[in-house]
Design a protein. Sequence first.
Length: 91
Amino acid sequence: MNKTTNKSSRAGQTREKTKRKKVWTPPSYLDTPNAPTGFRHRWVRVEILGYVDTKNIQGRLRSGYELVRADEFPGDDYAVIPDGKYAGVIG
């Protein structure tokens, strides 16, 4: 009766223990449309605590940011600003 016994614990035999750890990536709570080649999409703060942040928007526009309209991406469904100066812009 010479049996070979496995001395490792059952928890150590699971696949989760041998799996390689995933690389951390920052969470993304907001989806963005796929950007054209050579460009990247970024979210710009429009409002904070119920007040319009005009200084932030105008500063971004002066530095080269361009607002993206929803009609530029007809196959996708994104939240759109319904009225005002930025009507039709994804936001």
